[in-house]
Design a protein around this ligand. Structure first.
Ligand SMILES: NC(=O)c1ccc[n+]([C@@H]2O[C@H](COP(=O)([O-])OP(=O)(O)OC[C@H]3O[C@@H](n4cnc5c(N)ncnc54)[C@H](OP(=O)(O)O)[C@@H]3O)[C@@H](O)[C@H]2O)c1
Length: 398
């Protein structure tokens, strides 16, 4: 087979190691893209081939992985264990099907080389549509640059072929482009500026309602994400799926209408107070303010469930094995924003006081529910870890 193996000299002693990862001059084609993935032991990743012939170079930075290659025409196979015990890079021509299995917890880095002939007039709109899965399900993720979209793409790409779609790839206010066969659509793109929606209800509806309708038109089972803000917050016990929505903000109304636009073959996930390691969110804002100030003022008259996107993404993996319909998926436990801020400073070791204030003092354009704790009453509903556990998991990645 036409697979090339390059030794990677590694110089190591008790202090650590130093190694060359790639020597571009030794490769048949120039490098176009570099990806890095962390995989737990047993994970099988990236089983695919490239119809348009992009080549891959596999390097395992830490741990051991088993690279597998298949010549689809002759049926010939190649496999090699690479990493700590065998520091080599494997160069695989793109027409071969290939992937790898993590033999230990590990870091791996496939690098992609460009087709040698010609040059596209402009970059392909979807870099990731070049990966055509063999047995894996093709899963599209909209809003892939957002905090939840990132987490979903990461969680599902462990064993499925993920097509991450940013706004540049597809503005969801427009009908969907041709995306090929899809087994699942995770629709995380949304207008999430709650106050901004009050000033531009039509803009918010175009993204949230129109966008969901377009996502449903892709014709694959759909997961769409809704919010605790569909409730008015008058209750003092957790909201369950059978409670009647009564949104008090434009954003909440567009999300409720989006639930209806998702259609019948959809899981509608109501979740709340999301935070993750990317984008702007409460945790990242508090970490910044906590490092700059001695005191911050935070509202203490809204109670909900701060939900870590990593935990939500894992719950969504479990959810898609369950029946369609509305599901409440939010972190266990509950708190106010002020209590959440205190926990952030506590866990991050920041010496910053939290002064509790009333929502009215902030004078924000959109009304938020005073109480929006979400729980599921549905049989077999995935249970998420406590929000404080989510906070710790998030801080580890920041
Ligand atoms: N954040 C929360 O606290 C919360 C709570 C409950 C439910 N939810 C729901 O959870 C889902 C994910 O929220 P999130 O926190 O991950 O939001 P986010 O970080 O704001 O991400 C939303 C993504 O949607 C993209 N987007 C906006 N308009 C678009 C358009 N017209 N076409 C294509 N993409 C567009 C944004 O792209 P740009 O970056 O280019 O704008 C962004 O990457 C949403 O449905 C949201 O309503 C969120």
């Amino acid at each position: 087979m036409n697979v090339l193996t390059f030794p990677l000299a590694r110089h190591e002693d008790g202090r650590g190691w130093f190694a060359e990862l790639v020597r571009a001059s030794a490769l048949p084609k120039p490098i176009r893209q570099a990806n890095l993935s962390r995989s737990r032991q047993g994970v099988i990743r990236g089983l695919h081939y490239h119809e348009r012939g992009q080549d891959d170079l596999f390097v395992c930075l830490e741990g051991m992985v088993r690279v597998v290659v298949l010549d689809r025409e002759t049926g010939e196979t190649f496999t090699e264990d690479i990493g700590d015990d065998n520091p080599v890079a494997i160069y695989i021509p793109g027409t071969y099907a290939h992937g790898y299995e993590a033999l230990t917890d590990c870091l791996g880095e496939p690098r992609r080389a460009r087709r040698p002939l010609g040059r596209r007039a402009r970059p392909a709109p979807l870099e990731h549509d070049i990966a055509d899965s063999l047995d894996t399900r093709r899963v599209a993720v909209t809003g892939a640059a957002g905090q939840l979209g990132c987490a979903l793409a990461e969680a599902f790409s462990r064993d499925q072929a993920v097509l991450p779609l940013t706004r540049q790839d597809w503005d969801v206010t427009m009908p969907a482009p041709q995306l090929g066969r899809l087994e699942l659509v995770l629709h995380a793109a949304a207008w999430t500026d709650v106050d901004g929606a009050e000033a531009d209800p039509q803009g918010a509806a175009a993204v949230n309602v129109g966008g969901t309708q377009h996502a449903a038109e892709l014709g694959a089972p759909l997961v769409c994400f809704s919010t605790d803000y569909v409730f008015d917050g008058e209750k003092r016990t957790p909201y369950v799926e059978s409670d009647a929505p009564n949104p008090r903000s434009v954003y909440g109304r567009t999300k409720l209408n989006a639930e209806a636009a998702a259609g019948d073959e959809a899981w509608v996930v109501r979740t709340s107070w999301l935070f993750g390691w990317t984008s702007t969110n409460f945790v990242r804002t508090m970490l910044r303010l906590g490092a700059e100030r001695d005191e911050v003022a935070v509202v203490d008259d809204q109670r909900g469930c701060p939900t870590y996107v990593g935990h939500l993404a894992e719950a969504v993996r479990a959810l898609v094995e369950l029946p369609y319909g509305v599901w409440h998926l939010a972190a266990s436990g509950e708190c106010t924003w002020a209590e959440f801020a205190e926990a952030i400073f506590d866990e991050a070791g920041l010496d910053c006081r939290v002064r509790g204030i009333a929502s009215a003092e902030l004078g924000r354009p959109a009304r938020r529910p005073a109480y929006s704790v979400l729980r599921s009453e549905r049989e077999g509903a995935p249970v998420l870890p406590h929000w404080r556990e989510g906070l710790r998991a998030c801080l580890e990645r920041l």
